[in-house]
Design a protein around this ligand. Structure first.
Ligand SMILES: [Zn+2]
Length: 91
């Protein structure tokens, strides 16, 4: 599998580190214990299209949001993740 980094171009998978599912959203302060438990521990095992965070440690060291099909490993989009690394757009 190869990932096309928006900053570095197409690179080998070994340059990247998988950081996890990009879908879970941190609960607001004061959320119930069940909401926090779900956020921290429960994940779906998606067969199909999913959004994931990857870190390009072997290149620009940006956080990326990758949309990937878990059945075929086909990557349909790669974009800078919000926050760290996203400020490099256009740099
Ligand atoms: Zn990169």
């Amino acid at each position: 599998m190869r990932i096309v980094c928006p900053f570095c171009g197409e690179r080998e998978l070994g340059e990247f580190t998988y950081l996890g599912d990009a879908k879970p959203v941190r609960p607001e302060a004061g959320a119930s214990e069940d909401e926090v438990f779900d956020y921290v521990y429960l994940r779906d095992n998606v067969a199909g299209q999913t959004s994931e965070y990857w870190y390009h440690g072997g290149g620009c060291r940006a956080w990326l949001k990758v949309t990937r099909n878990t059945l075929t490993h086909e990557i349909s989009s790669v974009e800078p993740a919000a926050g760290a690394g996203a400020t490099k757009v256009g740099a």
